[in-house]
Design a protein around this ligand. Structure first.
Ligand code: NAP
Length: 295
C-alpha cells in the first residue's frame, strides 16, 4: 500500500498563514518583524534560496533587509556588516547565506551574530541551548521536520528515530529535538557500519546525507515514517532527495517528497523564528533562559 504523503508545501502555507496573524498582532503594537539576509558572492543556488526567503518574507508581512556583497568581500568587512545588523533595532533576525566563498571563515561569521538574532539557530549558544533541551531558536530544517512529524500526529515517545547525517546544521540538532521529544535516537554518518541494518530498525527515519538514492526500499521498516531532507540534482538537473521515493513509498507508512517536502518547511520555520524574535523584542514571548530545563 502506498504511504501517506507528507505535503511540506501545504503545511508551510498553513504555518505562514498562522505567522501572518502574529505579524498583524505585532503591527498593532507598532512592531514589524525584520529579517536581514546577507549573500556573499555569486553562487547561483544560494541566489535562488535567498530570493525564495525574501519572497516568503514579503508574503508574510516581514520586512527584509537584503545585502548582496561581492565575492571579494573580506572577513573584516563581513564581520562589520554583521555587527551593524546586531545593533539595528529594526532587524530581529540575521541570516548569512551559506556556503560562503572559500576565503571566508563561516564559523567566525556565525559566531559574530547576536544569538538573540540568530534565526538560523546556528550560533553556538543556540546549539548549546538545543543540546540542553531548552531551545531558543531551533535550527530551521530540524524544526521544520519536527513540525511535519507533529502534523501527522506522529507520537515520538519511545519510538526509534534514526538520523542519517551529523552536520551542525541538520543532523545533530535534528537528533537533539527528537531526543527532547523522548524518541530513542541513533545518529548515522559516513563511517557507520551496515547502515541498512540500523535504518531497518527505524520507526522514524530522517535522511540528511546529501546522497541521491542512499535510502532504498529494503532499508526501510514497513510502516515507518520517512522524512527526506536531502537535496541533490539528477544528471538531467532535476531536484531529488536522498530517498528512492517511488520504491520507499510502497513500504513506508508516511513519506515526504523532494521537492515539496522539507524545503518549504525550512523557509517557513525561518519566518517563524523571525516572528518569535520580534515578539520577544516586544515583550510578547519569553526571553532566553526563561524556560526551565527538563528534569
Ligand atoms: P553535510 O554537512 O554535507 O552533512 C552530510 C552528512 O551526511 C554528514 O554527517 C556525512 O557523514 C553524512 N553522510 C554522507 N554520506 C553518507 C553515507 N553514504 N552514509 C551515511 N551518512 C552519510 O550536509 P547537511 O548540511 O547536513 O545537509 C544534508 C542534506 O540536506 C544535503 O543534501 C543538503 O542540501 C540538504 N539540506 C536541505 C535543506 C532543505 O531545506 N531542504 C536544508 C539543509 C540541508 P560524515 O559526517 O561522516 O561526513
Amino acid at each position: 500500500m502506498s504511504a501517506r504523503l507528507i505535503d511540506g508545501k501545504a503545511l508551510a502555507a498553513q504555518v505562514r498563514a498562522g505567522l501572518a496573524q502574529r505579524v498583524a498582532a505585532l503591527a498593532a503594537r507598532g512592531v514589524r518583524p525584520g529579517l536581514a539576509v546577507l549573500l556573499v558572492g555569486d553562487d547561483p543556488a544560494s541566489a535562488v534560496y535567498v530570493r525564495n526567503k525574501i519572497k516568503a518574507c514579503e508574503e508574510t508581512g516581514i520586512r527584509s533587509f537584503f545585502a548582496h556583497l561581492p565575492a571579494s568581500t573580506t572577513q573584516a568587512e563581513l564581520l562589520a556588516r554583521v555587527r551593524a545588523l546586531n545593533d539595528d533595532a529594526a532587524v530581529h533576525g540575521i541570516l548569512v547565506q551559506l556556503p560562503l566563498p572559500a576565503h571566508l571563515d563561516a564559523q567566525q561569521v556565525v559566531d559574530a551574530i547576536a544569538f538573540e538574532k540568530d534565526v538560523d539557530g546556528l550560533h553556538p549558544t543556540n546549539a548549546g541551548l538545543t543540546l540542553a533541551g531548552r531551545p531558543h531558536f531551533r535550527s530551521c530544517t530540524p524544526y521544520g521536520v519536527m513540525t511535519m512529524l507533529d502534523s501527522i500526529g506522529c507520537a515520538l515517545a519511545g519510538k526509534h528515530a534514526v538520523v542519517i547525517g551529523r552536520s551542525n546544521m541538520v543532523g545533530k540538532p535534528m537528533a537533539m529535538l527528537l531526543l527532547a521529544a523522548d524518541a530513542t535516537v541513533t545518529i548515522c554518518h559516513s563511517r557507520t557500519r551496515d547502515l541498512a541494518a540500523i535504518t531497518r530498525q527505524a520507526d522514524v527515519l530522517i535522511a540528511a546525507a546529501g546522497k541521491r538514492n542512499l535510502v532504498t526500499a529494503d532499508m526501510v521498516k514497513p510502516g515507518a515514517v520517512v522524512i527526506d531532507v536531502g537535496t541533490n540534482r539528477t544528471p538531467d538537473g532535476r531536484l531529488t532527495g536522498d530517498v528512492d521515493f517511488a520504491a520507499v513509498r510502497e513500504v513506508a507508512g508516511a513519506i515526504s517528497p523532494v521537492p515539496g517536502g522539507v524545503g518549504p518547511m525550512t523557509i517557513a520555520m525561518l519566518l517563524a523564528n523571525t516572528v518569535e524574535a520580534a515578539e520577544r523584542s516586544a515583550g510578547l514571548a519569553p526571553m532566553p533562559g526563561a524556560s526551565q530545563p527538563r528534569a
